[in-house]
Design a protein around this ligand. Sequence first.
Ligand SMILES: Nc1ncnc2c1ncn2[C@@H]1O[C@H](COP(=O)(O)OP(=O)(O)OP(=O)(O)O)[C@@H](O)[C@H]1O
Length: 338
Amino acid sequence: MSVGLVSTLTCRPAGRHSEAPSWPERRNVIVVEDLTKRYRRRTVVDRLSFTVRPGRVTGFLGPNGAGKSTTMRLIVGLDRPDSGRVLVAGRRYHELPHPPSTVGTLLDAGWARPAFTARTHLRWLASVTRTPPERADELLEAVGLARAARKRVGDLSLGMRQRLGIAAALLGRPRILLLDEPMNGLDPEGIHWIRRFLRETAAEGRTVLVSSHLLSEMALVADEVVVIGGGRLIAQAPTREFIERTTRPRVIVRAPDVLRLQALLARLGLDVRGEPDGTLAVRGAASTRIGEIALENGFVLSELRTDHGSLEDAFMETTREAVEYQSSPLADRPGGAM
Ligand SMILES: Nc1ncnc2c1ncn2[C@@H]1O[C@H](COP(=O)(O)OP(=O)(O)OP(=O)(O)O)[C@@H](O)[C@H]1O
């Protein structure tokens, strides 16, 4: 599949709008301000504020039911907030002069008419968004669906429907992309493609907000994360900083005489754990100190490094209290829930 798609998304010349001075004017920024949404009596987005900036991929993370999709719908005016506001490129979504060229969205890849072919679906969308029909073919090629162009939407696999949804989001050559779980159902090649695509899109100065539960993927692709739980903001930070601030670093040590070294470090009051791969995970001292202890006591080390933990560790740590739908210990055991 080609990633040349990104280079086909050309930016339009910057234009200034005449808004009230208090409204942000920066072209590609999404500002979510004190946003609240209730369904019946239930508050699902709760005084949420964050900013999504261009030139980077922003991962939108949260446990099931945290309010990510609702927030995305509110950003593009598919739902009305009870209070607060969202500014997209300095305006409310419905005030944008030509929304498809400002914001491209993938919010529900399943909404296309099943009887349409992939090509008809995209061409139909092109006609309603006043986009040249050739763009549909160009995008089918770019997202790897050229050979499935004549297949009915209803016959496409989940991953193919995701690709079609991404193509639809790109029709208007938008400056801002909002993608809700774009990796759902994609095969490894598709995931590799979307990773490159997101990075290249951000590198072109566009704004990318992408939600996903695939935290190892988000660790690779997201420069920054917005983490929510129970509709509230938990964190907004560069991904690395979020991980380092949230997880307790461990020093990983590998040594031929691992058991004696483990005993020594434990005697010195350090928290030492033997790992299944034969390394020691040590907490309570920096790697330099552990190196010194090893040297002073004649131990040979074959590995010594600091492990800051993963995005998943940081996510689990920060969202623990906000997790609404939690599996029971029984279901954690292989076959336990059967
Ligand atoms: N139209 C609606 N009517 C009533 N409740 C709704 C509606 N849409 C969403 N909700 C509720 O709002 C809460 C937040 O849902 P939302 O889909 O935004 O969460 P999410 O973070 O995207 O979850 P997931 O990761 O599971 O997709 C959920 O409890 C959901 O049931």
